[in-house]
Design a protein around this ligand. Structure first.
Ligand SMILES: [Zn+2]
Ligand SMILES: [Zn+2]
Length: 446
């Protein structure tokens, strides 16, 4: 509930339309009327104020210290195995919890599952659910625009971690509605107790497990704690950078999101990002059974054991429509690169008599087919059916001859013929002229 948040926080965060402004990781209500640090030019005396030190500490300083500590700490087998297991648990706290449950409401979770995901997600040290989902909803709403908090348009490294290291103007970032999250007691509790939660879940728990379990206190702290967290952070950041940079766009190419198996492998299945941006409330990111989406498999399993319900899925019909339209777009782009002849609507119009008179003048060899005049002169010698047949059609309506009267020309021949268009016959061709003449004769006879 909004009232459960600190009053000043709630006031600054919630606007009348239910959307909220951007809030930095460490929440300190910012007076929106005062100029923000990001509006000041960077100088020698203020550059450090432009940096978000809490983010730098969590995503750069601690991991670097962890790497240094690792050189002094041997990695034991049990600790290594536990680090991987804890990696998947805390990573899925982000993918299945923060992302698919809270940011996109792709399914509903029972309270025990919510508490588990909120705790696991805290262990990935990526900010509170509330803060994370707010930014992520703005990212979906304003993808690739200046209001996208991690727009790949500002560069790969900006979308990867620059956006967290370099302070952003809260007024610039697009707003998004998180009223549902403000009503979720698990989300509100985790937001209020975030720093405690992250320290316990990211560092204390893995240290205790490895220490009490097999006496490896230092290994638990360094490998299962610090380095595992650093790996998850980098993996999740890849969804903002790599997934907008590498791969295919089978559903829509107007924005940057892309599908790639490498991104999926790194992010527990979040790599089918083109699909995800098109169908964000679908609990799946990968829709084919052979694609790697363990987060989807987890949610599905939770449903089977009664922990999750109301899994949202877009109809296959809607998904196929998107895929087909994108395919059509690609086909149209390829088609536009080829020479299909001058469009008929742009050709000059001649009467039948003009066509007959000009048929052999100025080195031309005009043939009328289907009401369109073609200059076949440069092609006469190359005509696969021989010179004589094509010459016999000059100055005539060869519609019937071309379409089976003498020979049923191939599709390739039709295509080639269209590149020889030079005009259209008024009224369609000889048949029309003949009908007109006969009608006049009939009138004369009457
Ligand atoms: Zn995205
Ligand atoms: Zn998303």
């Amino acid at each position: 509930m909004g009232s459960k948040l600190r009053t000043s926080e709630a006031k600054a965060a919630n606007l009348s339309d239910g959307t909220t402004n951007h809030q930095p990781l460490r929440f300190r209500a910012h007076d929106m009327k005062k100029p923000h640090i990001t509006e000041m030019p960077v100088t020698w005396s203020n550059w450090w104020k432009h940096l978000d030190w809490l983010s730098i500490y969590f995503i750069i300083v601690v991991p670097v210290l962890g790497l240094l500590a690792a050189t002094q700490t041997s990695l034991r087998l049990y600790t290594g195995v536990f680090a991987v297991v804890y990696y998947v648990m805390t990573g899925s706290g982000i993918t299945a919890g923060y992302h698919r449950l809270w940011a996109h409401s792709c399914y509903k979770a029972t309270l025990p599952l919510k508490i588990y995901l909120a705790a696991a997600g805290a262990g990935a040290a990526q900010g509170s659910i509330r803060w994370w989902s707010r930014g992520h909803r703005a990212h979906h709403r304003y993808t690739d625009t200046p209001k996208d908090p991690y727009s790949v348009e500002k560069g790969f490294w900006y979308s990867h971690l620059g956006w967290m290291v370099w302070k952003q103007d809260p007024k610039r970032i697009g707003r998004s509605d998180i009223s549902d999250l403000n009503e979720d007691p698990v989300v509100v509790w985790q937001h209020k107790h975030y720093i405690k939660s992250v320290l316990i879940m990211a560092l204390v728990v893995p240290t205790l497990v490895c220490g009490l379990g097999w006496g490896d206190w230092a290994g638990g702290f360094v490998y299962a704690g610090i380095l595992r967290t650093a790996f998850i952070q980098q993996a999740t950041f890849c969804v903002n950078s790599l997934a907008h940079w590498l791969g295919e766009q089978p559903f829509d190419d107007r924005n940057s999101p892309r599908d790639h198996v490498i991104t999926a492998l790194v992010t527990l299945g979040e790599g089918y990002h083109n699909f995800h941006h098109e169908f964000p409330s679908d609990y799946r990111n990968a829709i084919e059974w052979w694609q790697y989406d363990p987060t989807k498999w987890m949610i599905w399993t939770w449903k089977k054991v009664g922990l999750a319900y109301d899994l949202k899925q877009f109809r296959a019909n809607e998904i196929e429509k998107g895929r087909l339209q994108q395919l059509q777009k690609k086909v149209d782009q390829k088609r536009a690169k080829l020479d299909w002849g001058i469009p008929i609507s742009q050709l000059p119009v001649f009467s039948w008599e003009e066509f007959v008179v000009q048929a052999r003048s100025n080195g031309q060899a005009l043939v009328a087919i289907g009401g369109v005049i073609h200059d076949v002169a440069p092609f006469i010698k190359e005509h696969p059916g021989g010179k004589t047949l094509i010459l016999s059609a000059v100055g005539k309506d060869a519609t019937a001859i071309f379409n089976g009267g003498v020979y049923q020309h191939s599709n390739a021949a039709h295509n080639l013929l269209s590149t020889m268009r030079v005009g259209v016959v008024h009224g369609g061709g000889e048949v029309e002229t003949w009908k007109k003449t006969r009608a006049e004769k009939g009138a004369d006879n009457a």
